[in-house]
Ligand binder design. Structure first.
Ligand SMILES: Nc1ncnc2c1ncn2[C@@H]1O[C@H](COP(=O)(O)OP(=O)(O)OP(=O)(O)O)[C@@H](O)[C@H]1O
Ligand SMILES: [Mg+2]
Length: 563
């Protein structure tokens, strides 16, 4: 049986009820945060715009399926598809011909695989799922099949990783650059201001970070029109999903192997995802540099964390492969239990902390009182290796991203002209709100811009008509608030039909993807110990309109199928 798409929406032309398709209700959902997660955020959106088990399917007009982004699938019309696939560099989307029984088997087997292999998150419907491991687990949202991605742009993204690592390190050492770049933002944004205060204090006290560890993730989208790989942003704090993203790659490989005959896809085209093992390796190396065998790695966590299994995967590799012990502490606990010895040693209880790995502390919500800020400062003052240090954290702000994109700024930090050219090639348009021409254009054509505050964790950006309204309001008010934002060129990736799995239900929808490349950087004084690309995160989300500034639809974990 076939599955059809209309150009704007879709539903199944089937009389089968386990695969659900969209219904155009007005409810919106929060995007899956690929980066961080707050207790209220996004692994399980509060509402879904999809119907489940409603056998009211109508056949929609099939649209041409020659998207360059979607996988060729061999099923009903095997020969035809196979031929197209081998003769063309552009794979053919063929969800239309996927047999429903086959989809049903793929769905079932992938759900079993996820459950057996720990591709899980806390279920928002279960109260203790964010605090007690093993209580209320549900499979992480994932794409049923991997997303195709051109190999050349994949390589490009991988090659950029060590260059960005070096750039972050160098920018982090330029205290004046950080303070100056963020000086106007400081007046407009209380959170950034607090981070800058800690940074200033460390400067005044002459504190130097000799051992520097970065576990970053640089996110990209492939612009459909120009075919350019453009950077969305570089995350220097709490880059999440190194654990679960590896599992999704394994899941997809397993499914492709198991259904080789039916799908005709080669599992070897899914790049091995080494994020979790390399992040564990980097943490271990940092721990070794600290050079105290009894010391532990401390993971800074939110009080409730439904994405805890992603973190536990990393901690489990640390323990089992490297015999490094981790402890998990909230900022409030660190403030209550932390002691700083005169030599800078950080003790939590009676445990010496060698490395502090932040999976919290990136958003204002993480600092509900002064206690949490005291904890942050205590950690910064300590001799423990911070991942990230306050300087690395500030280097990852959106304002700094925009400053780095200005002419001749990269040259301040890097000598190699080829490296500079490679970075610049992936920069999208980025502007400060001082730029009156751009602001004018964004008011006239807001759909081509994204307005971003200095926030992490998703759901904070402004899109569409809200860009215009916000810019006009800021103009009228004439306050300093404009310095809290940057403007960015909106990137439009190719929209492709996809099967998205959430809560055990398979949804079919139009989607776009974002590729995140993890990287690790470790140095001790002049010695660069590690500077590597470390696997990837593919995230696929419903391509629904973002107008109105509300993030719509949902995202799932995905993997890359190289074409
Ligand atoms: N220029 C852009 N064009 C199109 N979409 C964008 C753009 N910038 C951001 N987005 C979308 O908004 C999402 C969030 O943006 P961004 O990564 O800048 O914010 P964040 O709060 O730091 O998110 P994260 O928690 O993923 O780090 C992206 O994952 C992407 O889907
Ligand atoms: Mg971010």
């Amino acid at each position: 049986m076939g599955v059809g798409y209309s150009s704007c929406s879709l539903s199944l032309s089937l009389s089968y009820s386990h695969i659900s398709c969209f219904a155009s209700t007005t409810t919106t959902t929060t995007l899956l945060s690929s980066h961080k997660s707050t207790p209220n955020s996004s692994l399980n959106p509060p509402t879904s715009k999809f119907h489940y088990q409603k056998p009211t399917y109508t056949t929609m007009t099939a649209q041409s399926s020659s998207s360059p982004m979607f996988l060729p699938i061999q099923s009903g019309r095997v020969e035809e598809i196979k031929t197209q696939y081998h003769n063309s560099t552009k794979p053919v989307s063929d969800l239309h011909s996927l047999d429903l029984e086959l989809i049903q088997r793929l769905v079932y087997d992938s759900l079993v695989w996820s459950s057996l292999h720990g591709l899980v998150v806390g279920d928002k419907n279960v109260q203790r799922s964010g605090t007690v491991p093993g209580v209320g687990m549900v499979h992480a949202p994932f794409a049923l099949l991997p997303m195709s991605f051109p190999e050349s742009q994949w390589r490009q993204a991988c090659e950029l990783a060590p260059i960005f690592n070096e750039l972050v390190d160098r920018v982090s050492l330029d205290a004046n650059f950080l303070q100056e770049s963020l000086s106007r933002t400081k007046k407009a944004d209380a959170f950034t201001s607090r981070l800058l205060d800690i940074h200033s204090k460390m400067l005044e006290s002459g504190k130097k970070e000799e051992i520097r560890l970065g576990l970053h993730r640089s996110d990209y989208m492939l612009d459909e029109q120009t075919k350019l790989l453009l950077q969305i942003e570089l995350n220097t704090i709490s880059s999440s999903f190194p654990g679960l993203s590896c599992l999704v790659s394994e899941l997809h490989r397993s499914i492709l192997n198991q259904y080789k005959e039916h799908l005709g896809l080669d599992s070897r085209r899914i790049p091995g995802n080494t994020a979790v093992s390399q992040f564990a390796e980097a943490l271990t190396k940092a721990w070794k540099e600290y050079n105290n065998p009894r010391a532990v790695v401390m993971v800074v966590v939110q009080p409730e964390e439904r994405n805890m299994y992603d973190q536990h995967w990393l901690c489990s590799v640390l323990k089992e492969r490297h015999d490094v012990t981790t402890i998990r502490k909230t900022l409030a606990e660190i403030e209550a239990q932390g002691v700083l010895l005169p030599d800078g040693t950080l003790l939590i209880g009676n445990q010496v902390i060698a490395v502090i790995y932040f999976r919290a502390g990136y958003a204002p919500i993480d600092y509900p009182s002064e206690s949490e800020w005291r904890a942050r400062e205590l950690m910064e003052q300590s001799s423990a290796v911070k991942c990230p240090s306050i300087s690395y954290h500030l280097t990852g702000t959106k304002k700094v991203q925009q400053e780095l994109a200005k002419p001749n700024v990269l040259e301040r930090f890097l000598e190699n002209k080829e490296d500079i050219a490679k970075l610049r090639k992936c920069f999208a348009g980025l502007w400060s709100l001082d730029d009156s021409n751009t602001v004018k254009d964004a008011i006239e054509r807001p759909e081509f811009y994204v307005m971003k505050p200095q926030r992490e964790g998703g759901g904070n950006n402004i899109y569409g008509d809200d860009v215009r309204k916000t810019l006009l309001r800021l103009q009228v008010e004439g306050s300093e608030e404009d310095a809290a934002y940057i403007l960015m060129q909106r990137i439009f990736p190719t929209i492709v039909p996809t099967f998205l799995m959430r809560d055990g239900i398979c949804h079919k929808d139009h989607a776009i993807s974002e590729l995140g490349i993890y990287s690790a950087y470790l140095r001790n004084k002049e010695n660069v110990i590690m500077n590597e690309q470390c696997g990837y995160l593919m995230r696929t989300k419903v391509s629904s309109s973002n107008e109105g500034g509300v993030a719509a639809g949902f995202a799932v974990l995905d993997s890359v199928y190289l074409t």
